[in-house]
Ligand binder design. Sequence first.
Ligand code: ADP
Ligand code: ADP
Length: 222
Amino acid sequence: MLKLTDIEKIYQTKTIETVALNRVNLTIGKGEFVSIMGPSGCGKSTLLSIIGLLDEPTSGTVEIDGRPVAAYSDRELAALRNQKIGFVFQSYHLINDLSVLDNVELPLLYRSGVGGKERQQRALAALDKVGLSARTNHFPSQLSGGQRQRVAIARALAGGPELILADEPTGNLDSVMGEEIMDLLLTLNREDGVTIVMVTHDEHQAQKTERVIRFFDGSQVS
Ligand code: ADP
Ligand code: ADP
């Protein structure tokens, strides 16, 4: 599904040059659940941004479904980003003055060909999937951290993604809620076949995934 070859990412400011990723080679197959570990600053978020087509490498190639990203048109890339890939962040990134349902519908608003009724149906189905059917009219501030992360996962799911990129999805949660979110991700992977790439600092959670990739200082070490 995804192949990274010789990926380098260099952040250049006036005075400093930071090599965030140094010749990274990585293949992620359809249906895999991969975790990425490594100390702070080693390039994990940069890698997720590149995989998620939010940022471009300084050099190297990214291939999606056997085709280099450079060969896709801007329109095709926008469609990939919006439809194939779902993002989940440590800090949820929900909009506080929108209801749970409106938050989950939001990404579908910008998608052509999805009308209001279908939007709502898809959002409700996603909320059902994450066990939050009873909270659709609540606001984020009325939910626990674990529930907020479920809303964020439902928002990612509503778009029907093939790939979910999760940046420390349990980082702000206590161990019980973290475990619940981890179980939810495992279910989505096993039952719905969603490919998942997750950055985590939690060794116990990483061990539950199929493959652990370790980074140090911009390079893959195992
Ligand atoms: P991690 O997610 O593992 O903590 P990051 O990918 O966020 O690591 O960062 C990797 C390195 O790149 C760090 O040294 C960080 O300071 C640097 N970096 C990240 N983003 C930028 C940026 N926008 N400009 C300059 N340097 C950056
Ligand atoms: P943190 O781990 O510091 O709490 P997040 O998990 O919110 O931060 O975000 C992790 C990474 O994703 C950061 O490198 C950040 O720059 C990036 N990021 C955060 N929000 C967005 C967004 N809406 N779109 C794209 N990238 C984002």
